[in-house]
Design a protein around this ligand. Structure first.
Ligand code: AMP
Length: 210
């Protein structure tokens, strides 16, 4: 199955994508994780992307498109994938369409996680990550266990001002994907408010795999 998970930053895309991967045995491709890895490794892409990410701006389409196209053409993507964080603009969605058409494969579902902006702000500003396992926690709603608490860190771009920028970019650019995928009959609107399990159940039902 090929899935594109869309929704604002902090809507739970990463958390739900990890669960889908376990349930469906498909790959998780997160453009944000790939870019953070490139920054950490100091690659050319990482050096080009870093300043945009720090400000909560979008990394230029050309860089992200090349990165994702190279990834999805690899053999391990044949059985399916869940794309998390890509596409984020119409040119990215169009480039993806062209590549999938050439590879003669199709996207099956585009779930959209709906979460109001006010909730996004509290979710993201109290979000922490365990650098050892990569697990994401929320200091209030999903607190890290005691043995992990001392080592959790905030993502650099989860500061309030950056989150506001990221949300603005979502409304300005990424929301244009909603009518784009609606026209293709692929959009599945999911309420992203509730416990992780509640959202997961809605998602699995929408994908027809509950
Ligand atoms: P995320 O982890 O998906 O929230 O992404 C973190 C940051 O990486 C974003 O705020 C952007 O700066 C950058 N980024 C991730 N995916 C994309 C994309 N598809 N297009 C442009 N920038 C992206």
């Amino acid at each position: 199955m090929r899935i594109i998970l869309i929704g604002p930053p902090g809507s739970g895309k990463g958390t739900q994508a990890k669960r889908l991967v376990k349930k469906l045995g498909i790959l998780h491709i997160s453009s944000g994780d790939m870019l953070r890895e490139a920054v950490a490794q100091g690659t050319r892409l990482g050096l080009q992307a870093e300043a945009f990410m720090r400000q909560g701006a979008l990394v230029p389409d050309s860089l992200v498109i090349d990165m994702i196209m190279a990834r999805i053409s690899q053999a391990d993507c044949k059985e399916g994938f869940v794309l998390d964080g890509f596409p984020r603009t119409l040119p990215q969605a169009e480039a993806l369409d062209t590549a999938l058409l050439a590879a003669e494969v199709e996207i099956n579902h585009v779930p959209l996680l709906l979460v109001p902006d006010e909730l996004i702000i509290t979710r993201i500003t109290d979000r922490v990550m365990d650098p050892v396992t990569g697990k994401i926690y929320h200091l209030i709603f999903n607190p890290p266990p005691d043995q992990v608490l001392h080592r959790v860190v905030h993502r650099k771009d989860d500061a309030l001002e950056t989150v506001t920028n990221r949300l603005a970019k979502y409304h300005e650019q990424t929301e244009a994907l909603i009518p784009f995928y609606e026209r293709k009959n692929l959009l599945r609107k999911i309420c992203g408010v509730g416990t992780i399990e509640e959202v997961e159940n809605s998602l699995l039902t929408a994908l027809g795999v509950a």
